[in-house]
Design a binder for this molecule. Sequence first.
Ligand code: GLP
Length: 242
Amino acid sequence: MNIYTFRDEEQFVQTGANLISSLLHTNPRAKLGLATGSTPVGLYAKLIEMNRQGLVSFAQTTTYNLDEYVGLPENHPESYRTFMNEKFFNHVDIQIERTHVPNGNAADAEAECLNYDKMLEEFGPVDLQLLGLGHNGHIGFNEPGEALSGGTHVVELQEKTRNANARFFPTLDDVPTHAITMGVATILKARQILLLVRGEDKAEIVHRALKGPITTQCPASLLQCHPNVVVLLDQGAGRLLV
Ligand code: GLP
């Protein structure tokens, strides 16, 4: 695991963007696994800027998002499809039909999960999977517990997660109770993983995930099993690692 801590926000973002753009220079058809949450927003903004400057192209890229809320209309302002379109896809030269986000409104959610995995099996593995980290150690929406699911599945969100995400919704009651998420096995199949974490409030969970025991009680700790993980932290998030 290569862990880098940055004092400077610009460097933090630029390093992540450079990693993705150099992958696309080597392989313009590279498949990217993408994430939502507030952490990658700066990275997407940087990639948009680089795309406008002609420094990187997404024209031949295919993307697969980690997760989506169940039951929010696709065009709901807080759906992850809307997030991705607004924060990234609408502003770069990507072909929108090559972007995939699980369908949180599928009549048969189980079938949607199976199909998502089938598609990843057929066209994957992804070359680079971008990840953020939940306060409870979740990756995607794989919540801590006694057991984890390997493949894409429907998950009931924990109160901690719903509370953390309530800032994006009018009230806590508006936060969906369920989501579809890639499972940990699907995530770990990526050739490379890029984990981004910002903020003092994540310092403890970063320490548990990267230095603690590998346990389903902290899903991100499973990343320690992956041979090619790059972790970018700001100073706050990396505070307990020294
Ligand atoms: C969300 C997403 C995760 C994300 C995490 C952290 O619930 N499902 O993929 O990494 O929470 O979000 P943030 O970056 O806003 O702290």
